[in-house]
Write a protein that binds this ligand. Structure first.
Ligand code: FDA
Length: 386
């Protein structure tokens, strides 16, 4: 075997550990991925007709306050000065999100000061004072009051979960951010932006090391290819970033996920929404939100097609085994099951489980890079030193 480490999954966890292993330990690394591209869920491609960069698995915006991660990613790409802002359509009007003083004053046709708005919302949230909300509906009302909850949260959440919020556990939300000023920057992080020449160029630079090789369209569980689970067992360290329950042949049961279906629409317009992300918080629109990819990169405007634009509508639903697992559902039952798998994983010789699928967790990109840097330092580097 001519490699020192096999990495299953070319997502950000896998790319980061591969890059670190080659650079810091001089390791020969083979990355395999069942898909036909690198980048995992953060992969994007250029749409020839419109000039938009399409994020194939849903909109990906980079943001972080972690200095180590920011320094690390800047080795491989420059970032644009894109600042994420989201709007929502409700009752035939467009409002800014997250809910802020602009949203509140537009909604109540008022000119409240920050203190007045705060007092108003506290009063409305007091409707259920003294009760301990058991379902998401009551929790939402107790956090921001009924009017704002019902306008902006209730139906959006019902679409996300395909379930009436009064039947969802209150534990799904711990807080609903409301800002009592006009700041509608979506993220609060120190740094944010999009990779200047696209996600794929960034990811290619991470593995531009002759010691790293990649096999695409290669399934770790396919016994017909040489980098499969049984052939590698105990022979070489493996970093596994696929689904943890799949690794153990679902022997304890299946972890539950939500997925998203994307419906593409093309319009004979330069700009359809005037913003990159438009949420739809009413039940008459079946999708939760729509992404207009051209608007993520205003700095490329000149080079884009001014006659056409592309929009992806997002429809959320529970995932079956053949679907892309996107958001862990994370009920108490799921967490118990995951902990059982985690014990099996801990006993697996020379296999490190990482990333969102390998640890049944939702991570943003900066979080998964951070966890990969730490996993390399603490778990993978000692294996390579042997
Ligand atoms: P990831 O899923 O990217 O990679 C795992 C890889 O393993 C995949 O490429 C898969 O094909 C491969 N694999 C699985 N099984 C295999 C097998 N049997 N054999 C071989 N390969 C196998 N984050 C953020 O910071 N900003 C954002 O705006 C968003 N937006 C966003 C939208 C949506 C809809 C989702 C679902 C997620 C986001 N994210 C995000 C999160 C982001 O996608 C996430 O942090 C990274 O993709 C996680 O990288 P991983 O390497 O853990 O998994």
């Amino acid at each position: 075997m001519d490699v020192d480490l096999v990495v299953v999954g070319a997502g950000l966890f896998g790319l980061t550990v591969a890059q670190q292993a080659a650079e810091l330990a001089g390791a020969r690394v083979r990355i395999i991925d069942v898909r036909d591209h690198i980048g995992g869920n953060a992969y994007s491609y250029m749409d020839e007709e419109t000039g938009a960069e399409i994020h194939k698995y849903g909109a990906h915006l980079f943001h972080t306050s972690n200095q180590r991660v920011w320094d690390y990613v800047n080795r491989f790409t420059e970032f644009t000065d894109y600042t994420h802002r989201v709007y929502t359509t409700h009752g035939g009007e467009v409002y800014p999100l997250p809910i802020n003083l602009g949203t509140i004053n537009q909604f109540f046709h008022a000119h409240y000061s920050p203190a007045q708005a705060q007092a108003l919302i506290a009063g409305q949230a007091g409707e259920l004072a003294g009760t301990d909300p058991e379902n998401l509906n009551d929790k939402g009302i107790s956090l921001i009051g009924r009017p704002l909850y019902e306008a902006f949260i209730k139906n959006y959440t019902a679409k996300q979960w395909q379930t009436d919020p009064s039947e969802l556990p209150a534990s799904i939300i711990s807080r609903l951010p409301v800002r009592f000023n006009y700041d509608n920057r979506y993220f609060k992080d120190t740094w944010e932006g999009l990779p200047k020449d696209g996600y794929t160029a960034w990811f290619e630079r991470m593995i531009a090391d002759p010691r790293i090789s990649v096999s695409l369209s290669t399934d770790f569980f396919d016994a017909g290819q040489p980098w499969n689970r049984d052939a590698l067992a105990g022979r070489v360290p493996v970093v596994y970033t696929g689904p943890v329950d799949r690794y153990f042949d679902y022997r304890l049961g299946e972890l539950k996920w939500r997925t998203v279906d994307f419906k593409e629409r093309r319009y004979d317009e330069d700009d359809h929404f005037g913003c990159p992300v438009m949420n739809f918080s009413d039940p008459d629109v079946a999708y939760t939100r729509a992404i207009e990819f051209k608007n993520f990169n205003p700095e490329r405007r000149e080079a884009q097609n001014h006659e056409r634009t592309v929009v992806w509508e997002e429809y959320s639903r529970f995932a079956g085994r053949g679907d892309e697992p996107y958001y862990p559902i994370n009920t108490a039952q799921d967490r118990t099951l995951y902990n059982q798998y985690r014990q099996l994983a801990a006993a697996e010789p020379q296999v490190i489980f990482g990333g969102r699928l390998g640890t049944y967790a939702y991570y943003d990109m900066h979080q998964v890079i951070n966890s990969a840097l730490i996993a390399y330092d603490k778990q993978i580097s000692p294996l390579l030193a042997k």
